[in-house]
Each structure stands twice: as structure tokens, then as C-alpha cells.
Design a protein around this ligand. Structure first.
Ligand SMILES: [Zn+2]
Length: 176
């Protein structure tokens, strides 16, 4: 189970702090909700890539295990989309640049993978914002739609959007 967490620091800072990051403590298990806090134990780390415009980092992800239900949890910083190596900001930024007809850096194949995935996700993004009470019209021009949802995500705060939308309709941002 992935828990998206706001560490209130940048990706670079998180990478610098490594295992010394301020990992959250839970007073109950996010899965079985057992209250005994002693049941949630640190369960090591795994290392993953986090790629920004400037650099490629390998960062530790803290794992927890609940001794009661045996479920394990990964605390993923909210500047990363689950299962994506490139940072949330970088992925959004490249799409914004593309939509503004600006030159984009980086691998084209990777970009088109992100871009196609994003387009597949637009209905889901729409439904998330509609649930929040946003009134949004639908245009038949795909590029206009793409711009509109990117702007909504930026206005909401990309990381907040990632956290809040996690699990919406049993899915998440950029899921297949
Ligand atoms: Zn549990």
C-alpha cells in the first residue's frame, strides 16, 4: 500500500537527507485501523530513482509493516507519482511546454508515453474536480482540454492534487 506524504521539502532536500528524513508516524494502521501504535514497525527502505530537470537521484523510500494485519506500507513523497521515475513537476512541465509549443528537453519517446497516459487520464481528472464541486465545461478540442486540466492541477497545487486524488475511483493520477 502506498501512502503519499507531504514532507514539506524539495526533492533535492529529501535526497540530501536520505534516511535522515522526517518520516511520518501513524497512531493507527491505515489498513486495519488498529490503534496500538506499537503495531506499526519500520520495515526497512527501498531505493528508487527520482529524476528532475537537473539531476537524477536515488532516494530511500521508508517502509512500514503492521504486525496486526501484516500489511506493508511505502511512504512515497508527494513530488513523485507512484511507479514513475520522473518527478511530478517535470512530467507536468514537459506537457505544459509542449502545449505552449515550446521546445522540450529530454527523451521524446518517454514524453509521448507520459502524454498518451495523461490524455487517457483526462476523464478521470475531470471526475475528480467535478466531485470537488468545480464546474467545468467540456471542449471537443483535445489540446484545450489538456491545457484546462493542467491548469486546474497547477492551481490546486500539483502535490496536493496527487495526494487528494489518490484512490479516487480506485485509481490515481497517470494510472494505466
Ligand atoms: Zn494493520
Amino acid at each position: 500500500m502506498i501512502i503519499l506524504h507531504d514532507f514539506r521539502i524539495s526533492l533535492e532536500e529529501y535526497a540530501n537527507r536520505g534516511k535522515m528524513n522526517n518520516f511520518p508516524i501513524f497512531d493507527k494502521c491505515p489498513n486495519c485501523h488498529c490503534i496500538a501504535s506499537g503495531n506499526l514497525h519500520r520495515h526497512g527502505y527501498y531505493w528508487r530513482y527520482a529524476i528532475t530537470d537537473e539531476a537524477e537521484f536515488k532516494i530511500p523510500i521508508c517502509r512500514l509493516i503492521c504486525l496486526s494485519c501484516k500489511k506493508t506500507f511505502s511512504i512515497l513523497p508527494d513530488f513523485l507519482i507512484p511507479y514513475f521515475q520522473h518527478s511530478l513537476d517535470l512530467i507536468l512541465q514537459r506537457m505544459e511546454q509542449f502545449l505552449q509549443n515550446k521546445k522540450t528537453k529530454g527523451n521524446r519517446q518517454l514524453f509521448s508515453f507520459h502524454w498518451i497516459r495523461y490524455q487517457k487520464n483526462m476523464k478521470w481528472i475531470h471526475s475528480f474536480f467535478v466531485d470537488l464541486g468545480e464546474v467545468i465545461g467540456i471542449s471537443s478540442v483535445i489540446k484545450n482540454e489538456a491545457v484546462k486540466y493542467l491548469k486546474l492541477i497547477r492551481d490546486f497545487g500539483a502535490s496536493s492534487f496527487l495526494r487528494r486524488s489518490w484512490g479516487h475511483l480506485s485509481s490515481y493520477f497517470m494510472a494505466n
